[in-house]
Design a protein around this ligand. Structure first.
Ligand code: FO1
Length: 321
């Protein structure tokens, strides 16, 4: 039984994982999910990246959006707006709210986020074991300079309300100092035959997971091959705002720039077929590199990407054994 462990954010992670499940139907897959996007709204604990993976693999996702539920209604959101309840820039659908009610109720009863996630996944049967990176609260906040005042706002406000329209001066993972890996995380990294970094946002999705104490060390000392897929094609992200946050931390917006963030943990890196000129530069970093199609247009494409990642891992394992 091939054991695969993947570190995943939200939309890109969910889409890739659907292809991984198709490419390796008999594998045992554990997903370590990013929780730094989490936000409390109207008293509810929302875990966007965990929910996106759970809904995408469980068949409940709103396909075009990549987040939230299919067949959604917004009666509660309309009523909240009628009361002038804030914020109104982050819309929770009625079906999605049930997820947040169960999560909030279980957290209030003392269950850790990992137990809550297991309970929610019991309904959705995503076909992977979804584990939050930590059971402690971590939130990505962004320092912006608005009208000459520096202030820290929640990542979701910067991304959803401001559309990342003003530069992020700094990105901080609040609470990361006291965050420890959730139960099962280090075991999943230790037991893995292959560890995969899907094309999630390297700064605000993969970054927080690696920042949880012990996780980056587990990856860099792992005997299992660690293979990543570039979220950047050419000089732009396939989706989202990875370019904006890469600029904030001073990393070149390119497939080799992102690979350079992870040379301590990467054994292999896939870049898009149009970036084949980048391959020798990545290999010069000591990371095996291949150029393959990385556009996640449909499940055939994501399954092919996943197979390419597993092939590269097998080649690396073969070389090292
Ligand atoms: N993104 C938006 O652009 N607008 C929204 O109103 C919004 C609501 C929302 C509700 C639940 C959820 O799980 C995700 C939601 N997102 C929304 C997406 C969210 O910002 C992303 O999933 C990630 O957190 C950022 O990549």
């Amino acid at each position: 039984m091939l054991k695969i462990t993947a570190l995943a954010g939200g939309i890109g992670g969910g889409r890739f994982l659907r292809g991984l499940l198709r490419a390796a139907p008999d594998a045992e897959i554990t997903v370590i999910g990013n929780t730094a996007d989490d936000i409390t709204l109207h008293g509810l604990h929302v875990s966007p990246d965990l929910d996106t993976v759970m809904y995408t693999l469980g068949g409940g996702i709103h396909e075009e959006q990549g987040w939230g539920r299919a067949d959604e209604t917004f009666s509660v959101a309309e009523e909240l707006a009628a009361y002038g309840a804030h914020p109104q820039w982050f819309t929770l659908g009625d079906r999605d709210i049930a997820t947040h009610l169960v999560r909030t109720q279980m957290l209030a009863a003392g269950y850790p986020l990992s137990a809550v996630t297991e309970a929610l996944c019991d309904r959705w049967q995503p076909g992977v074991r979804l584990v939050p990176m930590t059971d402690e609260r971590v939130e990505t906040h962004v320092v912006v300079d608005e009208d000459g005042h520096h202030r820290a706002i929640h990542f979701q406000e910067w991304w959803v309300r401001m559309h990342a329209s003003i530069p992020a001066e700094r990105i901080v993972f609040t609470g990361i100092e006291s965050a420890t890996p959730a139960p099962g995380v280090l075991d999943a990294l230790d037991a893995a035959d292959v560890i995969v970094l899907p094309p999630s946002n390297p700064v605000v999705s993969i970054g927080p997971i690696l920042a949880v104490s012990g996780i980056r060390e587990a990856l860099s000392s792992s005997t299992a091959p660690v293979v990543g897929l570039s979220p950047i094609i050419g000089t732009a992200p396939v989706r989202g705002m990875a370019d904006a946050v890469l600029r904030t931390i001073g990393v070149e917006v390119s497939p080799q720039g992102v690979a350079g963030m992870f040379t301590d943990i990467l054994d292999g890196w896939l870049v898009h077929s149009s970036d084949s000129d980048v391959v020798p530069h990545v290999e010069a970093l000591g990371v095996r590199c291949r150029a393959v199609p990385l556009l996640m247009s449909d499940i055939d494409a994501t399954s092919a990407m996943a197979s390419a990642a597993l092939d590269l891992a097998a080649g690396i394992r073969g070389r090292d054994s």
